[in-house]
Design a protein around this ligand. Structure first.
Ligand SMILES: [Zn+2]
Length: 233
């Protein structure tokens, strides 16, 4: 993990971005600006859109939309937010394809290892994996942020993001951040979380998560939680 010296001007700039987002009703604020050169004074955030390729993840109960596609849509909006605020931003995948190479046996582990490689090569200061949840109980809904139990910094980040997600007007059942024993949470010592944005097995959340306005709102909530984390360091 790099040692960060976050200047006051950075926090002012980020605060301005957040204020702008609020003024514009969250949705209309951010044109995606492609990252150019790495700014060594700014944190590097790796955004990991879960699944991809032949690994579709779960499927919307009514929409039949693949989780992989919703993950990518939210990840792209998230990247737009971070990039507009001046962060260095790296995506593990930028399109529908998986990262496993060929589809022979062991593709899932190859895919995960490739994601870890991206995280290591980018010297990530933060990792945010985007996923959608599922449950045999259709009534189950809500966002849940997972973190590795042994990582204090990940716990802090998870709590910040969870708090912003719970504050969304569409949140009917606030949750606490939870421990999770997942490969993606162990790729770096930097704070890492898996954000399960909602349950695609719940009809209401399936509908919401297919809506671009809601996808942008979820991305913006994750972004705000991440910025709060950095601001408190
Ligand atoms: Zn998933």
């Amino acid at each position: 993990m790099k040692t960060l010296f976050i200047k006051k001007s950075f926090l002012v700039a980020v605060a301005a971005v957040i204020a702008l987002g609020i003024c514009l009703g969250i949705c209309a604020g951010f044109a995606v600006k492609e990252a150019s050169a790495i700014n060594p004074n700014m944190p590097t955030v790796v955004i990991d859109a879960g699944h991809g390729g032949i690994d579709n993840g779960v499927q919307g109960v009514n929409s039949k939309t693949d989780e992989a596609d919703i993950n990518l849509a939210i990840a792209r909006f998230l990247k737009g937010n971070f990039t507009a605020a001046g962060f260095n931003c790296v995506m593990t995948r930028t399109n529908e394809a998986g990262l496993y190479g060929d589809t022979s046996k062991g593709f899932k582990m190859r895919d995960m290892k490739k994601r870890k490689e991206v995280i290591e090569n980018s010297n990530a200061d933060m990792v945010i994996s985007v996923h959608q949840n599922s449950c045999s109980l259709p009534s189950k809904r809500g966002s849940i942020v997972f973190f590795e139990k042994s990582s204090e910094v990940s716990g802090e980040l998870a709590a910040n993001i969870q708090s912003e997600l719970n504050a969304l007007p569409q949140c009917v059942k606030p949750s606490g951040a939870m421990y999770g024993d997942y490969y993606m949470l162990k790729c770096t010592q930097s704070p890492s979380v898996i954000v399960e944005c909602g349950f695609l097995t719940n009809p209401e959340e399936d509908k919401l998560l297919n809506d671009e306005t809601y996808q942008r709102a979820v991305a913006y909530a994750i972004f705000k939680g991440a910025v709060s984390y950095f601001a408190n360091k």
